[in-house]
Design a protein around this ligand. Structure first.
Ligand code: MF3
Ligand code: CO
Ligand code: CO
Length: 256
């Protein structure tokens, strides 16, 4: 397994890409309201990245994907395709996942949105999933293991009677969008690869209200829960520092 460790200059580049990706999620937030189509949200993100940020939307053309964002509503786990037929309605939960390339370097992040007035059970799913991400970030430092990340996510999800999606995972990131290592969202403390300074990877837990099982729709992209119950996801791109971790895609509402 070849892990690309990044030096300070390369992490500075990653920080810029990460901040641009975070700013896309901040920019789009006021537009996520009942009645808007996911296609309109996609177009706004595309125009912002290309025209204002002068950057590249990494998803466009990635393995044949044609859109800038993944927009995953309710029972969609990930990789939902924006469409003018998909109109957000009151009570939906939505994940927007965006990756920006700047000067050859990638920043990959996603957040959940509550559309209009949502039900408490959905708000709880979204909150616990964010806590899973935050608890995982807290254990990242040189000398820890990738299994520690999976273990804290799995423990927090299962304690709340949710399940962890196992079919998709986080990933190393840099000049390549998806590189080694794979970052599983379940696991055991002390297992898996040892984390080293200079590693850059995403953590992006997908947590289900019902069972962990997934199904891929016939469009070849959209991943839904097999049982039709809702799913949530949050994602950050991280750099491992000498003493801990830097969240490269941190939004201004967050502090780490
Ligand atoms: N951003 C996703 C991830 O977190 C990948 C999306 S690939 C796409 O790794 F083609 F569906 F956009
Ligand atoms: Co990712
Ligand atoms: Co992503």
């Amino acid at each position: 397994m070849k892990i690309n460790l990044k030096n300070q200059d390369q992490i500075s580049e990653m920080r810029i890409a990460g901040q641009l990706a975070a700013e896309v999620l901040e920019m789009i937030t006021p537009y996520v309201v009942p009645g808007v189509s996911t296609e309109e949200l996609d177009k706004r993100c595309y125009n912002f990245i290309v025209n204002e940020q002068k950057a590249i939307p990494a998803n466009v053309g990635y393995n044949g994907f044609e859109k800038t964002i993944c927009s995953s509503v309710n029972q969609v786990i990930c990789h939902g395709i924006p469409s003018d037929k998909k109109i957000l309605k009151d009570g939906d939960i939505l994940n927007i996942d965006v990756t920006v390339i700047r000067n050859g370097w990638h920043g990959d992040t996603s957040k959940m949105f509550l559309v209009g007035k949502t039900q408490p059970h959905n708000e709880r799913l979204v909150k616990v999933t964010q806590e899973c991400l935050y608890k995982a970030i807290e254990v990242v430092k040189p000398g820890a293991h990738l299994g520690d990340i999976g273990a804290v996510i799995q423990e927090h999800a299962e304690k709340n009677h949710y399940s962890v999606v196992e079919d998709y995972c986080g990933h190393g990131i840099g000049q390549v969008y998806h590189e080694e290592p794979q970052v599983l969202h379940y696991g055991k403390i002390g297992r898996g690869l040892e984390i080293k300074e200079g590693m850059c990877f995403t953590i992006e837990p997908m947590i289900n209200q019902g069972s962990k099982y997934t199904k891929l729709l016939s469009d070849g992209w959209t991943v839904e829960t097999k049982d039709g119950r809702n799913s949530a996801q949050w994602e950050h791109t991280l750099a491992v520092t000498e003493s801990g971790v830097e969240v490269l895609t941190k939004r201004s509402e967050e502090s780490f």
